[in-house]
Every structure is written in C-alpha cells, then in structure tokens.
Design a protein around this ligand. Structure first.
Ligand SMILES: [Zn+2]
Ligand SMILES: [Zn+2]
Length: 164
C-alpha cells in the first residue's frame, strides 16, 4: 500500500520555510506521496495560557485524529512543551506522526528540515543515537544547531528495514 505523509501547517508558517521540504522527505523516507494542508486552526484546548505554550501531546492527538491513513506531521509556529520539559522542538509517536515547532528554529528552512527528519526518524522506529547522527538528542538550540542533518550508517540501515 502506498504510504502518504500528510503535512498540516498552522496559518503563520510561511511557504519559504517549507519550500523543498516535501521532496526532501520523500528522498529520505519511504513516502509515496506528500499532501500539504495549509492554515490549520490549532485547538484552543491544547493552549496552556500559564506557560504560553502549546501542549505537544495534545496537538499530536489532534493531528492524528484528522488523519485516517499514513503518517501525519503538524508544523506549528508557536512554542510547545511536554510536562517534564521547558520546551520541545517536537514530539513523535511511532507509526502515527509528529508535531514540530519552528519557534526556536531561527526561521531557517534547513534547521527545520533537520528537526523534522529527527522526529520522523522516531515515527519510523528509530531511538536516540550516540553517534554523529541526526537522531542525537538535543537539549538546547545550540546542540540542535550543531548536530548533523543526516543519519549515521546504523540508523540509516535500520530505517531501510523499517516497514510501517
Ligand atoms: Zn528525539
Ligand atoms: Zn544514528
């Protein structure tokens, strides 16, 4: 069965920021098709007014409820968190999809592409990696900036075997 990636964008994500992203993701991951849905209104129930951030798990549940087949990727402009961390660049659920925030990515399409590659790596079952690899865990913008944007040989091999 062909594997489709559905990308959902909040209204503040610019075209410039995501240009070339669909082709890159089809090169790296076994997607046959990428659909982009623009101007998705984020549910206010996922907004935490005290933290002034979106609850990443809530957004992922929202995104996956709007997607029946394939993988979903929600890209948002606002900052996002999970309860145990100050912020996250994104979160992922294996076999389901991911949420990625551009908030800390300095309006840089390559930086965004790298974070999305990392989260989709998780969607395809990869864990954090200790080699120089896009699957390295980053705790700060500085670390994320510094890490490579490609998979190490081990992760790449694992990704090629992965069947969703
Ligand atoms: Zn990760
Ligand atoms: Zn690796």
């Amino acid at each position: 069965m062909p594997l489709c990636l559905k990308i959902m964008l909040d209204p503040d994500i610019s075209q410039t920021l995501i240009s070339g992203l669909d082709n890159h993701l089809m090169d790296v991951f076994p997607f046959d098709k990428v659909d982009v849905k623009k101007s998705v209104q984020l549910p206010s129930s996922c907004w935490n007014a005290n933290r002034r951030q979106y609850d990443a798990n809530c957004l992922l549940a929202f995104a996956s409820s709007h997607n029946s087949t394939g993988i979903v990727l929600l890209i948002i402009s606002k900052d996002t968190y999970v309860p145990e961390l100050n912020f996250v660049f994104g979160i992922a659920l294996t076999g389901v999809g991911a949420v990625v925030s551009v908030y800390r990515l300095e309006d840089d399409p390559e930086f965004l592409q790298k974070e999305i590659t990392h989260e989709l790596g998780h969607v395809f079952g990869l864990k954090h990696c200790s080699l120089p690899c896009v699957m390295t865990f980053s705790n700060s913008v500085w670390e994320a900036r510094l890490k490579t944007s490609i998979f190490c040989e081990k992760c790449w091999g694992q990704l090629e075997q992965e069947e969703l």
